[in-house]
Design a protein around this ligand. Structure first.
Ligand code: SDX
Length: 431
């Protein structure tokens, strides 16, 4: 990890040295923890464009190569050879499970699929037309009011129990929010089904019909969850880490991550992207929207395009496009107008000099809305599915942070541009 290289910084003729630290792969870092003490200056990096907030061994992204590794395994291989439960085990524990380990892990998750009955009454407090993310933020945060035996972040048993509870209960809570919005009764989990099939059962099953999930669609959903499971130090993961650095309980930290993911620049982009495609409506209008995306005076951005890290194709977008095609094919929707529009929009954008120059490619959110719509998931719930998938990533990162001896409470400083010291004027002196 350490490097024998040194970074030097000269301010007003005074040179200060800082150690360089190398990772196993990817950019090295300059350890500037002593910068303020040595120089009296802060670094300035809004949006953390050049800042590593932590050490991590969970996920690696190479934005130039368009590479995404979970614990060293390429996302393409995991999406093809594993299911979401195996990937959850991998992200949490660092290795893929063998058959016995997988069996025990899946059992521990299935034991947690129900929620406290009083939580189902929580739903009655929400309006039927509440945005599902508002419900998720509320209900996940509220889990800390019910599960007091998994709040002590310093107790490994508590941490593991909180992890299995969150992974097991997220699908139930997401499905509950959907059923409530539809005025339909909540469907209890059916643990004889696998994770994604159980979610589809809770979403689309009813007490009066026998619902059997389509295995092709369930597998597609499982792959969508794998693609969204973790992504290094993105905004919502950084939020979870920052909340966790204060010692907040795991349910509160995950609720904070859900709140951050809701934003349209982040996890809310899949919902925004589908709405954008529906607004474009026809291939003939694509040039109009491409023009708007390039117009600095227009706040419109092409949703589902661009990424802070990927300056090449987001590998998840390619896999999502394949999954989208598979689902539409299974459902006989090959001529789905939105999918054809998305393919044409992608083609035109990727040939446009603006998108080429700014290295803007489709990201994970570009196709996920189309495939989720085809699966019957309402647009407003897309980000809820993202949160359900990302829960394991947030938990793994939170867990890693707690075990990091370098970890301190996150407390950035600022460049102050406000008023100099001044005295309070009496009321009659104020302008
Ligand atoms: C996710 O971080 C993660 O890992 C996130 C995520 C995960 O798995 O956790 O991958 C999930 O959030 C994916 C991103 C989903 N968001 C969107 O699809 C929304 C549309 N995209 C943009 O908002 C934007 O691309 C971001 C927010 C994703 C990235 O923004 P950056 O890195 O801060 O880059 P920027 O906004 O400074 O853009 C650089 C330039 C700007 O032009 P200039 O000021 O240099 O002239 O590119 C332009 C931007 O205007 N630009 C776009 C654009 N994205 C960037 N122009 C038009 N359409 C876009 N989508």
């Amino acid at each position: 990890m350490s490097s024998n290289r040194i970074a030097t910084l000269t301010i007003d003729g005074i040179t200060t040295e800082f150690p360089m630290v190398d990772g196993n792969i990817g950019p090295s870092v300059i350890d500037i923890r002593a910068l303020y003490a040595k120089t009296g200056a802060f670094t300035f990096d809004p949006g953390f464009m050049s800042t590593a907030s932590c050490k991590s061994s969970i996920t690696y992204i190479d934005g130039d190569k368009g590479e995404l590794l979970y614990r060293g395994y390429p996302i393409e291989q995991l999406a093809e050879h594993c299911d979401f439960m195996e990937v959850c085990y991998l992200l949490k524990k660092g290795e893929l499970p063998n058959a016995a380990q997988k069996g025990a892990w899946v059992k521990s998750i299935k034991e947690q699929t129900m929620v406290h009955e009083q939580i189902t009454r929580f739903m009655q407090g929400f309006r039927r037309d509440s945005h599902p993310m508002a419900v998720l933020v509320g209900l996940v945060g509220a889990l800390s009011a019910f599960y007091h035996d998994s709040l002590d972040i310093n107790d490994p048993e508590h941490r593991l129990l909180a992890a299995t509870r969150l992974i097991g209960k997220m699908p139930t809570i997401v499905a509950m929010s959907y059923k409530y919005s539809m005025g339909e009764p909540q469907m209890y989990p059916r643990n004889s089904l696998d994770y994604s099939s159980n979610f589809m059962h809770m979403m689309f099953g009813t007490p009066c019909e026998n619902y059997e999930p389509n295995p092709v669609l369930a597998r597609a959903l499982d792959r969508i969850l794998i693609l969204h499971a973790d992504h290094e130090q993105n905004a919502s993961t950084s939020t979870v880490r920052l909340a966790g650095s204060s010692g907040a309980n795991p349910f509160a930290c995950i609720a904070a991550g859900i709140a951050c993911l809701w934003g349209p620049a982040h996890g809310g982009a899949n919902e925004a992207c589908l709405k954008m495609l529906e607004e474009i409506g026809d291939v003939s209008r694509v040039p109009e929207f491409i023009k708007r995306a390039k117009d600095k005076s227009d706040p419109f951005k092409l949703m589902g395009f661009g990424h802070r890290v990927y300056k090449n194709f987001d590998p998840r977008a390619k896999l999502m496009r394949v999954t989208c095609h598979e689902v539409l094919n299974e459902l006989g929707l090959n001529n789905d107008p939105l999918f054809k529009l998305a393919l044409e929009l992608e083609r035109i954008a990727l040939e446009d000099e603006y998108f080429i120059e700014k290295k803007l490619y489709p990201n994970v959110d570009f196709y996920s809305g189309i495939v989720q719509k085809a699966l019957g998931i309402p647009t407003q719930l897309f980000t809820g599915i993202f949160a359900m998938a990302r829960t394991i990533g947030w938990i793994a990162q939170w867990h890693e942070m707690i075990g990091d001896p370098d970890q301190k409470i996150g407390r950035p400083r600022q460049l102050y541009t406000g008023s100099m010291r001044r005295d309070v004027p009496s009321m009659d002196q104020r302008k």
